[in-house]
Design a protein around this ligand. Structure first.
Ligand code: ZN
Length: 57
């Protein structure tokens, strides 16, 4: 991982995280900042709005 990648992840601006829709189970890539800010995400499969649980500890 380059320093630039690390910096982008640290800032969280453009990084994405794979989340699983709790309704249909489809995995999709969502903005990591949305997860951090607990903003609702739109599932591309079933169009459900959901808030991803925090990953990790
Ligand atoms: Zn879904």
């Amino acid at each position: 991982m380059s320093f630039f990648d690390y910096a982008m992840k640290f800032i969280g601006g453009a990084s994405t995280t794979t989340v699983t829709c709790p309704v249909c189970g489809l995995k999709s890539s969502q903005s990591a900042s949305k997860i951090r800010l607990k903003q609702a995400m739109l599932c591309p499969g079933c169009k459900a709005l959901f808030i991803a649980p925090r990953s990790g500890s």
